[in-house]
Design a protein around this ligand. Structure first.
Ligand SMILES: C[S@@+](CC[C@H](N)C(=O)[O-])C[C@H]1O[C@@H](n2cnc3c(N)ncnc32)[C@H](O)[C@@H]1O
Length: 369
């Protein structure tokens, strides 16, 4: 039996596909690195020779965060030149960790920080962020981007959609409830791990004050499009109704209020474990592929060709998972190619409004001294 229920989900598409296709997630981190640098300043680090330990939770292949860590670990090195730095990349057990090693050790075309900053010891962990990743009170800086929306298990199938943003009634409530439980668990585990005075910086997918979320910022809704095309495959007999029902993103998008509730409620386990909210804000980071299309090349076919891989890099495992195990790998792969091919044709024919704009709620917390 696996320890963590999350581990049964597939991770991002491996073999380096994730970082190549997901430049927008990199922009999200690069634009907000200043929040982490400010948190480090507030920590008043002492150069006492002890290990400075950092985690990048849900790091995928580690490529998108490489420039953020160059800045953050460079600053730590400057402030405390005598402390060894332990940098731990974490993700689910099925993550392609070999890519993390290749990227961080400079074996790909991504420029790593490792040779530039002395005294860094890189490690990985396959422990879910819903569990304790490092021993209690040994963590200086916990970080996670675009990962905490993954819930540990599905509360139910969604009848008319593939994502909780399209769920209604009791189904929507079940996802929000599971989202609240997992969020509380994730924060409590981090509060346990952090040293007093340590910092936790989380850049989370969420729903902003205007109701916007990933791929839903006023144009064509990305999750509705996923759902409609998947349903078309039911209509023409390519997949079964049961397969549609079994296709559910294991995710919960939370509102800012839902994010801050356990941090502000004095009776919550999170607050009682000493975690305090220092900063919260929401931001929209525009889809780089749509921006390049509208501002530069204006070629819908090129836009569609570049846009679909970014969707595919993180959504494909969910659609593969929904397919019956009676199908062989080749059959599954044909269905999945057909599905994304239909999405690509749709965008190429009518590109207006398609964009995977990123909507994040940024939180910076600290553990009380
Ligand atoms: C969209 S990717 C984000 C990758 C990277 N942080 C970024 O911002 O580009 C989400 C990652 O979170 C991981 N993930 C999901 N649930 C997790 C969990 N419970 N514990 C650790 N990682 C998890 C997934 O496997 C995936 O690699």
């Amino acid at each position: 039996m696996s320890k963590s229920s999350t581990s049964k989900f597939m991770a991002m598409k491996g073999a380096g596909y994730y970082s190549k296709a997901t430049i927008g997630a990199k922009h999200v981190m690069d634009n907000a690195a200043g929040m982490i640098l400010e948190a480090i300043d507030r920590m008043n680090l002492t150069d006492d020779g002890s290990v400075f330990r950092a985690t990048d939770m849900g790091a995928a292949d580690g490529g998108t965060s490489i420039d953020l860590w160059r800045r953050v670990l460079g600053e730590v090195r400057k402030q405390v030149p005598g402390r060894p730095i332990e940098m731990i990349y974490t993700d689910l057990p099925r993550n392609d960790f070999s890519q993390v090693f290749q990227i961080v050790h400079g074996l790909t075309d991504i420029n790593s920080y490792l040779d530039e900053i002395p005294g860094i010891h890189v490690m990985t962990s396959g422990t879910s962020f819903h569990d304790l990743i490092v021993p209690g009170e040994t963590l200086d800086l916990g970080f996670s981007a675009t990962a905490s929306h993954y819930i540990a298990s599905l509360p139910c199938n969604i009848t008319n959609h593939v994502h909780m943003v399209g769920a209604t009634g009791k189904e929507r409530e079940a996802y929000e409830q599971k989202g609240a439980e997992d969020w509380e668990t994730m924060l409590t585990r981090r509060a346990d791990e952090l040293k007093p005075g340590g910092a936790l910086c989380l850049f989370n997918f969420g729903i902003d004050e205007e109701g916007r979320y990933l791929g839903n910022t006023g144009g064509v809704s990305m999750f509705d499009t996923f759902s409609e095309i998947w349903e078309n495959l039911v209509d023409d007999g390519t997949i079964t109704r049961q397969e549609f029902l079994d296709t559910n993103f294991p995710q919960c998008y939370r509102t800012t209020e839902q994010f801050v509730t356990p941090l502000n409620d004095k009776n919550s386990p999170v607050y009682q474990a000493g975690l305090r909210l220092e900063h919260v804000e929401s931001r929209v980071v525009r889809c780089p592929f749509e921006q390049d299309y509208t501002k530069n090349h204006k070629d819908p076919v090129k836009f569609a060709e570049e846009y679909i891989p970014t969707l595919r890099s993180w959504s494909e495992p969910t659609f593969v998972n929904g397919l019956s195990n009676d199908r062989n790998a080749e059959e599954k792969s044909q269905i999945i190619d057909d599905f994304y091919g239909r999405y690509q044709s749709l965008v190429a024919k009518a590109p207006e409004g398609h964009a995977m704009d990123y909507v994040h709620i940024y939180l910076v917390c600290s553990k009380v001294l």
